[in-house]
Write a protein that binds this ligand. Structure first.
Ligand code: 13P
Length: 320
């Protein structure tokens, strides 16, 4: 397991999150005028995974259930890339409010055994935390983080690495300060619960958001400001035992996600953890658009994808 952690965090590499659920990929494809089907989803993922030199920039790929069952993990294994799997079951409304709690504990143990047989060495569970004047409530946080902790415990028992992903959404008109306050509160509670449950923190990877102003706030924060706010909160809330923190892109543009990561790594000082990326949209957006569902665009899409991989990999080293 320690080896998996080290491999995921290999310097200059990071994670490609290609684990869009059926709903999410349907939405992404629709915005390009495409209809998602298992066959088209597979074709698209093959474009990404067969990109030459992918393994120079990517240490692990997170897959969705459909994709791992289509056998695409083999393509990654052949390149020495680790197979990860999203194991949460999406979101459901909590207590008839707008807050949404993550489901997926039912039958998880059996699914984990199956995924392990298919070659997965790490897993992901995403919790979604929405900011408003009244959200998140303490009751909701305990509920959604409680599920995440049970997941992490079970995954370690199966000798795989759990990625815990509390995502504080970019949606809303909140300030950077409010995002920092909620991110800090969420992370502190998460680590309290992980410790209480006896989860080995040296074998957990944290995937989380950068501290940013809300999408509808009308404010764009400069990379130096994002880096300062993000590192301040992480230093106050994340135990030093955690080996690595990987950021999600969460609706930032590819350039924002790249430049902000670069600044965070550059200014991380003596923060104890390795810092990397686990991007979905920021890595895929340009490539997906270029591909547009057409076989003849495959090489162009791979070229565009490679360019983004190269600069995100530089940013992961703070070398942009
Ligand atoms: P984004 O980088 O698009 O936020 O996706 C990362 C992810 O895996 C969200 O769960």
């Amino acid at each position: 397991m320690q080896e998996t952690v080290q491999k995921i965090l290999t310097s200059n590499r990071g994670i490609l999150a290609a684990d869009e659920s059926t709903n999410t990929i349907t939405k992404r494809f629709l915005s390009l005028g495409l209809t998602s089907t298992p066959e088209l989803n597979k074709k698209y993922r093959e474009v990404l995974f067969s990109t030459p030199d992918l393994e120079k920039y990517i240490s692990g790929v997170i897959l969705f259930d459909e994709t791992i069952r289509q056998g695409l993990g083999q393509m990654l294994n052949q390149k020495g890339i680790l197979i990860g799997i999203k194991v949460d079951g999406g979101l459901e409304n909590f207590n008839n409010t707008e807050e949404q709690v993550t489901k997926g504990l039912d039958g998880l143990s059996i699914r984990l055994d199956e995924y392990k047989k298919m070659g997965a060495t790490f897993t992901k569970w995403r919790g979604v935390i929405k900011i408003s004047d009244i959200f998140p409530t303490d009751q909701f946080l305990d509920e959604t983080l409680g599920g995440m902790v049970k997941y992490a415990k079970l995954v370690q028992e199966k000798e795989m690495i759990p990625i815990v992903e509390p995502e504080i959404l970019l949606d809303g008109n909140h300030t950077t300060t409010r995002c920092g306050e909620i991110t800090g509160k969420t992370l502190k509670r998460l680590f309290e619960l992980l410790l209480k449950e006896g989860v080995d923190l040296t074998k957990v990877i944290l995937k989380t958001n950068m501290v940013l102003p809300g999408k509808d706030s009308g404010v764009t924060a400069a990379p130096l400001e994002v880096a300062g706010a993000t590192l301040r909160i992480l230093n106050l809330s994340v135990p030093k035992e955690i080996p690595g923190i990987v950021f999600l892109s969460g609706g930032q543009t590819p350039d924002q996600a790249t430049n902000n990561l670069n600044e965070i790594v550059k200014t991380k000082g003596d923060s104890p953890w390795d810092i990397s990326f686990s991007y979905g949209r920021a890595l895929q957006e340009e490539a997906m658009k270029t591909w547009g569902g057409k076989d003849e665009n495959k090489l162009n899409a791979q070229e565009v994808f490679t360019k983004r991989l190269q600069i995100v990999s530089k940013a992961r080293m703070g070398e942009l």
